[in-house]
Design a protein around this ligand. Structure first.
Ligand code: ADP
Length: 402
């Protein structure tokens, strides 16, 4: 059974076609700069199998429809196509960023679901319109094929009011639904399930803290498979320090900076989202470059790294307190899976709290799910590679009763 996963952005479209019987990726691709004369499409057949073949096109895709038509042509190419006919695609799973409070599970797309996505444009003005456009293009190009929305905010709906409310006037929640929603939910949900599998238990019987550390960073406290708290809030700006985002700061800073630097609200938003985090402190947002600079003695790069670690560590402590019992701390995403030094520093000195990292094992590069804590560590420290696309494909089948 084949499921196509689509992640549509305002000028891009990522896709992966899965054979769900084997959970293998038949092909993946990315159309970029849609609407621009310098558009590109990179299509990978059998990615990561050793037999990978890449097709690169430079083309002006005036709209998403054109980009996706080209995708279908490549999928069904008589020579290199991974399917003969687009009718082989059983269902399409779409990443949707914001589902608001109404979405607590993946949802078959119908008029009501589309209206729900529209209703949340206000919270994700860049992403939700693009996600909806991806859905509508898929409806046009794959008539009769069910579309399912899998929402980034869905997992965060496990939070209770004490965790999701901001201590602001209650009327702001009533009037504007201002509350904490959380993001990266698809990744956090996938990791919660994988963690339970690692222990050979049901998700209901496992508590874990997930550190999703990539360009965007978020952490989640999961009790029995349910997200009881997460570090991102109304928007993906809250919480940890990130590549270009500041994470949590004193909110009074915002009007102060706007006043002193003469910034508009949009400029202040750009400063916090695009010019802060690792980039703001040391001039680069890529953790590999932060390490390269730090190793050459750059004090600001060292500071940026230390700050990022400090916040992860503090969040681990906070989540241990609210969970009470923790089975595992899990690292995932680009930094979480690859940055041994950050993992070591984040878990260091916590032996009395039941976390004993195995420095040797942590710094050995291996693939797949693995343990990087010592045997005596009461709380296991794990690396689990995330796979948001597979989670979307699985959720798509599940909601369609397959
Ligand atoms: P996104 O949030 O865009 O999906 P990723 O999960 O791909 O991001 O993570 C990107 C981050 O992972 C970048 O900061 C990159 O530097 C970092 N990263 C990738 N490989 C390594 C590595 N070997 N060591 C440290 N950081 C790494």
């Amino acid at each position: 059974m084949k499921v196509l996963v689509i992640n549509a952005g305002s000028s891009s479209c990522k896709y992966q076609l899965f054979e769900m019987d084997s959970e293998s990726v038949l092909c993946s691709g990315l159309v970029e700069r849609i609407g621009d004369p310098t558009g590109t499409l990179v299509h990978k057949i059998a990615p990561g199998t050793g037999k990978e073949k890449t097709v690169r096109l430079e083309q002006h895709f005036t709209t998403h429809v054109e980009g996706m038509r080209e995708m279908i042509r490549l999928l069904t190419d008589p020579e290199d196509g991974v399917i003969k006919n687009k009718a082989e695609i059983f269902a399409i799973g779409h990443r949707v960023v914001h589902g608001g409070e109404d979405v607590t599970m993946p949802t078959v797309i119908d008029a009501k679901a589309k209206q729900m996505i529209r209703d949340n444009f206000i919270f994700a003005p860049l992403h939700n319109p693009a996600n909806l456009m991806g859905i509508e293009v898929a409806e046009t190009l794959f008539p009769g094929v069910p579309n399912v929305g899998v929402f980034d905010t869905e997992f965060g709906m496990g939070m209770k009011a004490d965790a999701f409310m901001y201590p602001l006037p209650y009327s702001l929640y009533e009037d504007l639904r201002i509350r904490r929603y959380g993001f990266h939910g698809t990744s956090h949900k996938y990791i919660a399930r994988k963690t339970a599998q690692f222990f050979g238990k049901r998700p209901e019987d496992v508590n874990n803290i997930t550190c999703h550390l990539g360009n965007g960073c978020s952490m989640t406290a999961v009790r029995g498979g349910v997200c009881i708290d997460t570090s991102m809030g109304l928007t993906p700006l809250e919480g940890l320090m990130m590549g270009t985002r500041c994470g949590s700061i004193d909110p009074a800073l915002v009007p102060f900076i706007m006043d002193k630097k003469g910034l508009s609200a949009i400029e202040a938003d750009t400063l916090m989202n695009k010019q802060s985090g690792l980039l703001g402190i040391c001039g680069t947002n890529d953790m590999r470059d932060v390490h390269a600079k730090r190793e050459k003695g750059d004090n600001k790069a060292q500071l940026a790294f230390d700050m990022a670690v400090w916040r992860v560590k503090k969040q681990i402590g906070a989540y241990m307190a609210i969970l009470g019992h923790v089975d595992a701390i899990v690292f995932t995403a680009g930094i979480g899976e690859n940055d041994a030094f950050l993992r070591e520093k984040a878990c260091k000195g916590m032996e009395d709290l039941g976390i004993v990292i195995d420095v040797q094992e942590n710094s050995t590069r291996k693939s797949g799910v693995r343990v990087i804590s010592k045997l005596e560590s009461k709380i296991k420290v794990l690396i689990i590679p995330t796979n948001e696309e597979l989670e979307i494909a699985q959720s798509t089948l599940l909601v369609l009763g397959k």
